[in-house]
Design a protein around this ligand. Structure first.
Ligand code: XMP
Ligand code: MG
Length: 192
């Protein structure tokens, strides 16, 4: 795949290849399919970061025999980082889910958990709506700087302690379209 010119020279190394990500998503789909076998399931993707995870996980789930009886895919949109690599510590709901989750089995699908504030905020928000069950699934876990010990029932891959991009994750809105997960060169960061 051709990397666009603005990405040239900015990537330090690949952390997880496309194939490794795809294998991790298959593992997550197998676990979730077993746990919700024969039951209806609502997947709530957290945009923008989870745009590829939710799409790939939803399709992987429908490929597992004996999985959920039906799958609803919806999304909500939050922002905590702005354009920085450090969390503002403040989570804002930019767009709410559009489906009703009262009495439903819900799995929140996130790209990455870092300090835990985003997932913790979302779990409290969604619990108030009285779902039948509420769990979280993250593709990437960065466990080094948790500020809240939020439960994450399904974890894909553990990243090193670095700011990562690709497969939905961005730096200043760039790099989301990389099909793999990468670490940027320090010189790529324009902030101090
Ligand atoms: P928290 O810290 O609230 O983080 O658990 C969750 C959200 O923060 C973003 N995040 C990152 N985005 N590279 C990114 O592009 C990273 O290394 C990174 N770490 C955290 C992400 O949006 C996630 O949903
Ligand atoms: Mg995210």
């Amino acid at each position: 795949m051709k990397i666009t010119d603005s990405y040239e020279g900015t990537i330090e190394r690949t952390l997880f290849t496309e194939d490794e990500i795809s294998a991790a998503i298959s593992r997550l789909a197998t676990q979730i399919a077993e746990d919700y076998s024969g039951q209806p399931l609502t997947l709530l993707g957290v945009l923008k970061g989870a745009l590829y995870v939710i799409a790939d996980l939803a399709r992987a789930l429908s490929a597992v025999p004996g999985g959920p009886s039906e799958i609803i895919v919806d999304y909500l949109c939050v922002s905590s980082y702005g354009n920085s690599t450090r969390s503002s510590g403040e989570v804002r709901l930019l767009k709410d889910a559009s489906v009703q989750i009262t009495g439903r089995n819900v799995v929140i699908v996130e790209d990455i958990v870092d300090n835990g504030l985003t997932l913790s905020y979302l779990r409290s928000l969604l619990e108030e709506r009285r779902p039948a069950s509420l769990r979280s699934c993250v593709l990437f876990d960065k466990p080094y700087h948790r500020r809240i010990d939020v439960p994450v029932e399904y974890v894909g891959l553990q990243t090193p302690d670095a700011f990562v991009v690709g497969y939905g994750l961005d730096y200043q809105e760039l790099f989301r379209n990389l099909p793999y997960l990468a670490q940027l060169r320090p010189s790529a960061f324009t902030e101090g």
